[in-house]
Design a protein around this ligand. Structure first.
Ligand code: PBG
Length: 329
């Protein structure tokens, strides 16, 4: 009985040995950096509930991306915060929309960078819901099929602007097949789909809704996002997305749902993405600012945990910071 314990201890003796037997590691290839883009010029405004995260105008986001690319970041996920909102989110799919112009500017300057765009209406609708709202009922009802037509247009307009991957996040039924069909019909066979397959109705999105000005004006998203108590339902959602042609499956948020990440990893052969969302970011930031936790260590530990659970890709507001830490090592 003594012998195996002794051996186990020796494997932890030096850093080099620990490195040799390490099962999970984090690399620059795993990171996706989310960015918020607003209208205007020369704008870089900090988001109050997300220290060190900013809303950028297009000219400024190019500078930010330059610094990210210099650090070795290979992918960004773009969210648009438009000036104009209406009932159906028109500014999400027009050619001169904020995201369409941003993607074009970014791709012109950084052709190698993987540009991923959020396909959702909540930032673009006056009511802040992710789809077309049917009024009158007690709970908020989104008209699923009407919404599909619009988000298909959004995805095509983003592909046209140069997006490599579109990421539908609204949890509408049939959104992946609607987008795949529309992309193929328009000739964008190579544009991939990263689906927010398993998106929980989570309070961890709070700070994001500040950032993207996308908080619902009435009701909540319970009728279209998942109940945090459900795991088997996540399998159903992911299965449908796979059948509909999703290329990457995402779980969101990440840390409270590590079991779901693992479940998807074990049951599908698709790359699995995890989104470390705004609330997860802000909690770490706040605790660090209060001196309760060591920011660098906590963020690296949280990300390695997400990776170990099975994520191949991690969307994180810490992306640049992680890249800096990885470069120091
Ligand atoms: C919806 C969307 C949300 C997030 C990403 N896409 C918010 C929501 O569903 O309310 C949240 C991301 C985060 O919290 O960092 N377009």
């Amino acid at each position: 009985m003594m012998f195996p314990e002794y051996r186990a201890r020796r494997l932890r003796r030096t850093q080099a040995i620990r490195d040799l037997v390490r099962e999970t590691s984090l690399s620059l290839n795993d990171l996706i950096y989310p960015l918020f883009i607003v209208e205007g010029k020369g704008i870089k405004e900090e988001i109050k509930s997300m220290p060190d995260v900013y809303r950028f105008s297009i000219d400024k986001v190019l500078e930010e991306i330059k610094s990210a690319v210099d650090l070795g970041i290979k992918a960004v996920l773009l969210f648009g915060v438009p000036d104009k909102k209406d009932e159906v989110g028109t500014s999400a799919f027009v050619k001169e929309g904020i995201i369409q112009r941003a993607v074009k500017a970014i791709k012109d300057k950084f052709p190698e960078l993987v540009v991923i765009t959020d396909v959702c209406l909540c930032e673009y609708t006056s009511h802040g819901h992710c789809g077309i709202v049917k009024k009158g009922q007690g709970s908020v009802e989104v008209d699923n099929d009407e919404t599909l037509e619009i988000i298909a247009k959004v995805a095509v307009s983003q592909a046209k602007a140069g997006a490599d991957i579109v990421a539908p996040s609204g949890m509408m039924d049939g959104m992946v097949s609607a987008i795949r069909e529309a992309l193929d019909e328009a000739g964008y066979h190579h544009t991939a789909i990263m689906s927010y397959s398993v998106k929980y109705c989570s309070s961890f999105y709070g700070p994001f809704r500040d950032a993207a000005e996308s908080a619902p004006k009435f009701g909540d998203r319970r009728s279209y996002q998942m109940d945090p108590g459900n795991a088997r339902e996540a399998m159903r959602e992911a299965t449908l997305d796979v059948q509909e042609g999703a290329d990457i499956l995402m779980v969101k948020p990440a840390m409270p749902y590590l079991d779901i990440i693992r479940m998807l990893k074990d049951n599908f052969y698709h790359p699995i993405a995890a989104y470390q969302v705004s609330g997860e970011y802000s909690m770490i930031k706040a605790a660090a600012q209060l001196g309760y936790l060591d920011e660098e260590r906590i963020l690296m530990e949280s990300l390695i945990g997400i990776k170990r659970a099975g994520a191949d890709l991690i969307i994180t507001y810490f992306a640049k910071k992680v890249a800096e830490i990885l470069q120091k090592r």
